[in-house]
Design a protein around this ligand. Structure first.
Ligand code: SF4
Ligand code: SF4
Length: 300
């Protein structure tokens, strides 16, 4: 069997991506040896939706850089403060030039303009954590959490996926399911890059269509085959453009999940909706989608 890395992406938050991912993991877990990766380090919630409350291993992610000013050699010329594009250098009560660590982006403009060599240095600092847990369903999950105020980092997601690959080798796992970050920034590029298949999730609304079109461009860049799941498929019956777009791009629609209040209710129960409300309309739909994923994507 071919090992697959499947990325689930939507281009924006709030379309039910993590809920659908959690239910798909639940439905696929008995047939395949899986590992889940929550790549949304700004708002990680896949672990919660799978009932994870404690993490077995936590590692610091050192990725961000910030500037530091040596007050001993600084001649207080003020050039760094004038040129910092993010306005994060201030003068403290003692007249020292100081970098605000929460807003510094590590761009090193200050270091380049400082007339006293070695006064401003860039130092690596922690930007978040990466952690591992075993879900109560038996498969492992890797998740990350960015520290507040630290810039989003594709490196964080790359490190998550590398750790997941290592566990796959050690434990003989078959498939990696990556719940991508929202948007189209570095974390999404790192989520989509290296995947074998992308499953896109969108709602039938103009905003969701334009978001999914943007993330599809990232998927196309990596030349990955894409599939579409339409969530809340019945909320906007007159809106046909999402289905038309998928057809015109040749993106197969794996299925449509109707709007169902059992999905938000299952989230507060910290369970996949297909486990919490197996008889709901959404659960019936997601079971059909899981079957198609088995046949068309994971059959190898
Ligand atoms: S590294 Fe960039 S953001 Fe940070 S203090 Fe220097 S100029 Fe400002
Ligand atoms: S540019 Fe260099 S010398 Fe001038 S205030 Fe900033 S740190 Fe001090």
């Amino acid at each position: 069997m071919m090992k697959m890395q499947v990325v689930i992406a939507s281009g924006k938050g709030g379309v039910g991506k993590s809920s659908i991912t959690a239910s798909l993991l639940y439905l696929l877990k008995d047939e395949y040896k899986l590992i889940a990766v929550d790549a949304d380090a700004e708002a990680p919630n896949l672990g919660l939706l799978l009932g994870v409350t404690e993490w077995e291993i936590e590692r610091e992610h050192i990725g961000a850089k910030i500037a530091r000013i040596n007050p001993e050699s600084c001649i207080r010329c003020g050039l760094c403060q004038m040129r910092c594009p993010y306005e994060c250098i201030y003068v403290d009560e003692e007249g020292n030039y100081v970098v605000n660590e929460l807003t510094c982006e590590g761009c090193n403009v200050c270091g380049l303009v400082c007339p006293v060599p070695g006064t401003i240095t860039l130092e690596e600092v922690r930007s978040g954590i990466i952690r591992k847990a075993t879900t109560k369903y038996g498969f492992p999950i890797i998740s990350a959490q960015l520290d507040v105020g630290k810039p989003e980092s594709g490196k964080l997601v790359t490190e998550e996926k590398e750790w997941a690959s290592k566990i796959m080798k050690e434990e003989g796992l078959e498939h990696m399911i990556v719940d991508s970050a929202a948007g189209i920034g570095c974390q999404v590029i790192a989520s989509v890059g290296g995947a074998d298949v992308a499953i896109l999730i969108a709602e039938p609304t103009p905003a969701s269509l334009s978001d999914v079109q943007r993330v599809y461009k990232v998927v196309q860049h990596f030349r990955e085959p894409a599939y579409l799941i339409i969530n809340k498929a019945d909320i906007n019956p007159g809106f046909t453009k999402l289905r038309e777009w998928a057809e015109s791009e040749g993106i197969p629609i794996l299925g449509e999940v109707p709007y169902d209040s059992s999905i938000p209710r299952s989230m507060s129960m910290l369970k996949p909706f297909v486990e919490a409300f197996p008889d709901s309309k959404a659960s019936e739909a997601i079971r059909g989608i899981a079957e198609r994923i088995k046949e068309e994507i994971l059959k190898g």
